[in-house]
Design a protein around this ligand. Structure first.
Ligand code: PGA
Length: 303
């Protein structure tokens, strides 16, 4: 099969973005140049890689095969680039990190501290829920992932670096706000505002209620911690969130953490990467930095 690296790069971008114009922008090429590369690639491999209906393009079955290969090659090249960067002096490398939306409340402090040591490092960051993080691990496209619980179905290396307590929150005017030692029975009378199904926080709270043999009455579903905190403040129900998301609201007394028996739900934060991944020295330095410093920098208990 005669395929050039340039064709594969162009194909990878079009396959990922499903859009010739955006791929051309990303690659700093003209759109006709992108179309030409794709045409040549299709003619080289002898089979159509894209279907086009109107303006919408999608990968054919052959396109999907080629896309997997192009991602693997792209990742390998990135990894090699990192290794070579290191040989030149790794303070100039690029670090690709994916973090749980909940962890993004503390992660910027960690990057800032890391950047102060490695000032020329470029950080590339994706903030997403647990489901999104699993996709990153699946495609092995980031150096490190910061998440609430390592996955079972994907082979990874994971190290815990800090506690992650999940607590029950209420508006200060809620009748339970001043109560001590609230029972699980009493808690079941309340309605909860939940995170979306792909959220690690949600999975943990559902598991916890099931373990306690308790029912969880859900009122609304919201896809961010911010939305949940606002809804709880407005008195729409109770919420369960990581203590890490609450610094500001507790300081300004806009939310209360309820004193519920069996709470907090004790979880940890993990720094994770695919097993067997060839970590760049920069990624190794970042991993070590988190393990050594995160708990102290954030004044939380280490896991
Ligand atoms: P999330 O957090 O709820 O934002 O997905 C990840 C996790 O706690 O596992």
């Amino acid at each position: 099969m005669h395929v050039t690296l340039r064709q594969l790069r162009v194909f990878e971008a079009v396959g990922r973005l499903k859009n010739y114009t955006r791929a051309a922008e990303e690659l700093h090429l003209s759109q006709p140049a992108v179309s030409m590369q794709i045409k040549q690639l299709e003619s080289n491999v002898g089979i159509a890689l894209f279907d086009q209906v109107g303006k919408k393009i999608s990968l054919t079955a052959a396109g999907h095969e080629m896309y997997q290969t192009s991602r693997i090659i792209e990742n390998q090249l990135n990894e090699t680039e990192q290794v070579l960067e290191d040989m030149k002096g790794f303070r100039h490398g690029r670090l690709i990190i994916a973090v749980a939306s909940t962890a993004n409340y503390f992660a910027p402090k960690l990057y800032a501290a890391f950047k102060s040591k490695y000032s020329a490092v470029t950080l590339n960051l994706d903030v997403t829920n647990r489901e999104g993080l699993l996709a990153h691990l699946e495609s092995n496209d980031s150096d490190m992932v910061i998440m609430g619980l390592p996955p079972k179905g994907i082979e990874v290396e994971a190290q815990a670096f800090m506690d992650n307590p999940l607590v029950v929150i209420a508006s200060p005017s809620h009748p339970l706000a001043t109560r001590k030692n609230i029972s699980m029975e009493r808690l079941q009378e309340e309605t909860f505002i939940m995170r979306e199904p792909g959220s690690g926080t949600r999975i943990a709270m559902e598991r916890f209620f099931a373990e306690q043999g308790a029912d969880l009455a859900t009122g609304m579903e919201m896809s961010s911690n911010e939305a949940i905190k606002q809804a709880v403040q407005a008195g729409l129900g109770l919420g369960i969130v990581s203590l890490h998301t609450l610094e500001m609201e507790l300081e300004t007394k806009r939310l209360e953490v309820l004193d519920v028996e069996a709470f907090p739900i004790l979880r940890h934060w993990y720094i994770v990467h695919r097993k067997g991944k060839r970590l760049s020295p920069l990624a190794k330095a970042f991993q070590q930095f988190i393990l050594d410093n995160a708990a102290n920098l954030l004044e939380m208990k280490s896991a």
